[in-house]
Design a binder for this molecule. Structure first.
Ligand code: TXE
Length: 458
């Protein structure tokens, strides 16, 4: 496998990927190690994960540099991601014992009823490249703490980061026969679908997620999908901070080059404040610095995948062909690397791809709406259901609007954020199942219901 730096298009290194045969070997290894791991006291498993988090901190500079070199996110955003991952790990370290402890639900004369949370066994974690630490930690940390063994397949676009994660988990004390990194792309991922695993946890595109779900269905094992999004943000005519809102919306749309499943992908603004918003938003976007992601102050690095440039060019062209107006950007940047200029389109509508299909890049369409009803109808007009945001002064108005939106996450005066204490879940084409929060701890277990009755000897 060639590992390419998307900012320079230079070869970083070449390494051997796994094959179906080597994946099978790794499977046998972790199948063999899982029982003993599930027998270790949970406090030990948690302590191991805490040591892993310490190692992430001690090696943050090297890990951030590797992440930036292989997928192009600005260095400070790579550091932010590592810090975010440590915050999430801390949540699991502090809360897993409580949510995985046996639960006595009935204790009567001669009868006890209780629930035990047992690990699933050996699970596959097939992961994505946009936040490899964050989306990985969502799965393999609670899975390991619950006593599972994990076959972890990082995206082929962040292989080096995936290997580092494996190395540090082993250094922290996770046995080699409990966690194994499976290196490669779709073909190797496909090999995992053929193995007799006890669960599949996927983060990636709807297309691949759909394929995986139908392929593993005959196994009748737990399967969770964290897929894409087309997340809307609405600004009603109840907002005394339009400029601040525009800044927050621009950050939500362009952070990580828009390569975030919960990035703001559509913006609707009430007609009364539309011009003021557009002015502030475009100004904000035009001051984003595009450049070398290792350089201080750069906000827009290269896209991780060269193929995405054509997708974005197509969305811009389709929008312009249908009457949209280009306010800034609109094309591949004229420099080495997979760079696309931060792009703002207005006069857009739902006949355009840019308002319907995931962009996963530095491009946004902003649509003027007459009133809240029109905004709700447009926000709901989507195949996705990941997040939705409303920026306004009165919480009641926000909650009234958000209650009508079919999404797993709702934001009032914030966006593009994931919290360890809340379930992270998608609906419709955004997938199903929850990670994070107490739900995301029990996701990697199966309940055993104990009915314990004293045999009365009279
Ligand atoms: O996805 P792919 P990408 C989504 C985001 C975007 C996509 C980008 O919306 O659409 O992910 O990630 C492996 N059998 N999210 O392009 O191609 C592949 O090797 C088994 C949403 O990487 O779907 C990689 O490891 N595995 C998310 C993984 O699947 C296969 C956050 C994903 O690859 C396979 C991040 C196959 N046949 C990205 N083909 C969220 N909601 O949190 C590919 N893979």
């Amino acid at each position: 496998m060639d590992i390419i730096n998307p900012a320079t298009e230079a070869l970083i290194t070449t390494l051997e990927g796994d094959t179906a045969a080597s994946a099978q070997k790794k499977y046998e290894q972790v199948r063999q190690g899982q029982p003993a791991w599930s027998q270790t006291p949970i406090t030990e498993r948690i302590a191991t994960i805490a040591r892993f988090s310490e190692l992430l901190k001690n090696q943050a500079d090297e890990l951030a540099a590797t992440l930036t070199q292989e997928m192009g996110k600005p260095l400070n955003q790579a550091h932010n991601e590592l810090n975010g991952a440590r915050g999430r790990i801390q949540y699991f370290v502090e809360n897993s014992e409580k949510w995985l402890a046996e639960e006595v639900v009935t204790e009567e004369e001669g009868l006890v009823e209780k629930i035990a949370y047992e690990p699933l066994g050996v699970i596959a974690n097939i992961s994505a490249w946009n936040y490899p630490y964050l989306v990985g930690v969502n799965v393999f940390v609670p899975a390991l703490i619950a006593g599972n063994a994990v076959l972890y397949k990082p995206s082929e676009y962040t292989t080096l980061t995936g290997l580092k994660i494996g190395e540090l988990l082993h250094q922290a004390g996770v046995p080699e026969n409990v966690f194994q990194v499976v290196v490669g792309g779709g073909k190797v991922g496909q090999a995992l679908l053929e193995l007799p695993l006890d669960g599949y946890f996927f983060t990636g595109s709807n297309r691949t997620g759909h394929y995986i779900y139908e392929t593993v269905a005959p196994k009748m094992v737990p399967c969770q999908m964290e897929l894409g999004g087309k997340d809307p943000l609405y600004v009603p005519n109840d907002n005394a901070n339009v400029a601040k809102t525009a800044q927050a919306a621009a950050e939500g749309a362009f952070y990580n080059n828009g390569q975030s499943c919960c990035a703001v992908e559509r913006v609707y603004v009430h007609q009364a404040i539309y011009d003021e918003f557009m002015e502030a938003f475009t100004q904000e976007v035009q001051q984003f610095k595009l450049g070398d992601p290792e350089e201080e102050g750069v906000f827009i690095g290269p896209l991780a995948r060269q193929e995405q440039i054509a997708v974005l060019e197509q969305q811009v062209q389709d929008a312009l062909d249908n009457g949209a107006r280009l306010l800034t950007g609109g094309k591949k940047a004229d420099r080495t690397g997979y760079y696309f200029e931060p792009t703002v389109l207005t006069n857009v509508n739902h006949q355009m791809q840019v308002m319907r299909e995931e962009s996963f890049g530095p491009i946004i369409g902003i649509q003027r709406v007459a009133d809240d009803e029109e905004a709700v109808a447009l926000m709901q007009d989507t195949d996705y259901g990941l997040t939705a945001a409303v920026y306004c002064d009165t919480q009641e108005k926000a909650k009234e609007i958000l209650a009508k939106i079919d999404s797993g996450t709702a934001y009032w005066n914030c966006c593009d954020r994931v919290s360890a204490t809340l379930p992270w879940s998608g609906r419709k084409k955004s997938g199903f199942g929850s990670t994070l929060s107490y739900q995301g701890i029990r996701t990697f277990t199966k309940p055993k219901a104990y009915h314990l009755r004293v045999m009365n000897n009279n």
